[in-house]
Design a protein around this ligand. Structure first.
Ligand code: MG
Length: 392
């Protein structure tokens, strides 16, 4: 029996995880895959429905009022907790083998640290904790016996290409990028794009924050930093290649000139299932990838004038310390401000660049230091958002 905690169960990663688990249960039996923990933010009614279906031992919601409401709707033995402390209890107080972290943003850092410190495997779709504090997460995993399993499709692709290979034989990691919603627009046109347009991703269906990050390529820049931590290399060993079909999910180039690539449909069920069943590959309900029908795949270099956030992520990855945490925090504030209509699309980068330019980094020695940096950067970012709003 495998016991699963799903953090962020009402989001896109959560719903795909349930689809994967239903498929695995059909193959292995109902008792082979059990959900012991479900957590959600605001979509409380959806959480209640899922809790009634999956019968977890613990559920976590955002605040005390929601917890009180949920308590009357779930079975009697289900513990209901809330807030940041509840998220940590969700991975420390219940029997769990694998945590699927589908949280969005910095909120995922502390439960990830708690889980790996306890020796759990964390199937990690939530890249921000690795951007903020990858060194701390990996140190905690090494000390506690836990593991980070990539779920983000690109790092998962690289992980699969590295199967059986020696790390010292890798020359470069090649991250593919679709280019997001605005890949065919000029910089001039980007000034006027709306949140609704930004949320229309050409190849993947995901939550709003990551979809905006795809349009700015900040998501790709964060994946560069994430891959650096996951594979133990500097950001300059990770290159970004534009690939509009999103069929090659990433590649690894070796010292002998070989390049291994992972191809697949644009469905997060593949990396989620691989993280849950590796090294085994299990049947899935997805139809096969028809390479003949695809015909051709295209690759090009990223246009850094269109995507200045990508270069910023490399700078920040090289700077290290608390700078990546500051950039992540700034970006969360900026994306939220763009989505609520407070600032324009190009202002997202203005906010991010201003916070990084102002930033005085210190070594990211402990989680307290990182969280203080996160809070300070949010305040700085909010000031820049307010000034963008005034000039708009
Ligand atoms: Mg990705």
């Amino acid at each position: 029996m495998r016991r699963i905690a799903v953090l962020g169960c009402t989001g896109s990663i959560g719903s795909t995880t349930f689809r994967v688990l239903e498929g695995l249960r059909q193959q292995d039996g109902q008792d082979a895959w059990v959900i012991t923990v479900l957590t959600a933010g605001r979509r409380v009614d959806e959480l209640i429905r899922l809790a009634q279906q999956w019968q977890p031992q613990l559920v976590c919601v955002a605040d005390a009022a929601a917890a009180e409401h949920v308590r009357h709707q779930v079975h009697e033995t289900c513990r209901v907790v809330h807030g940041a402390a509840g998220l940590c209890a969700a991975v420390t107080d219940v029997e769990v083998d694998v945590v699927v972290n589908g949280l969005v943003g910095a909120v995922g850092l502390e439960p990830t640290l708690a889980a790996v410190s306890r020796g759990l495997s964390v199937a990690m779709a939530n890249k921000e904790p690795l951007v903020m504090a990858g060194g701390l997460v990996l140190d905690a995993a090494a000390a506690g016996g836990g593991r980070i399993l990539p779920v983000d499709s690109e790092p998962s692709a690289m992980w699969q290409c590295l199967n059986g290979e020696r790390p010292q034989d890798v020359r470069r990691y090649l991250l593919t990028a679709s280019g997001g919603a605005f890949r065919d627009r000029s910089r001039h046109e980007l000034a006027a794009v709306t949140p609704q347009q930004a949320l229309h991703h050409p190849t993947w269906s995901m939550g709003p924050k990551i979809t905006v990050d795809c349009a700015t390529l900040m998501n790709k820049g964060f994946e560069v930093i994430e891959a650096g931590w996951l594979f133990g290399v500097g950001v300059d060993q990770v290159d970004v290649v534009m690939h509009r079909e999103s069929i090659v999910h990433s590649m690894v180039e070796f010292v002998d000139g070989s390049v291994l690539a992972h191809l697949g449909r644009t469905d997060m069920a593949i990396p989620i299932q691989y993280a849950l069943t590796h090294p085994a590959r299990r049947r899935s309900t997805l139809s096969a990838l028809d390479v003949v029908r695809l015909g051709a795949l295209h690759f090009e270099a990223p246009d850094l004038t269109l995507y200045p956030g990508l270069a910023l992520c490399y700078d920040v990855g090289r700077a290290g310390g608390t700078t990546p945490a500051a950039l992540n925090a700034a970006n969360e504030v900026a994306v939220a401000a763009f989505l609520d209509g407070s600032i324009g699309f190009l202002d997202i980068h203005t906010v991010n660049q201003a916070v990084v330019d102002d930033w005085d980094p210190v070594p990211a020695t402990d989680v307290g230091t990182v969280l203080v940096a996160d809070l300070h950067a949010r305040q700085l970012a909010q000031q820049v958002v307010d000034s963008c709003r005034v000039t708009a």
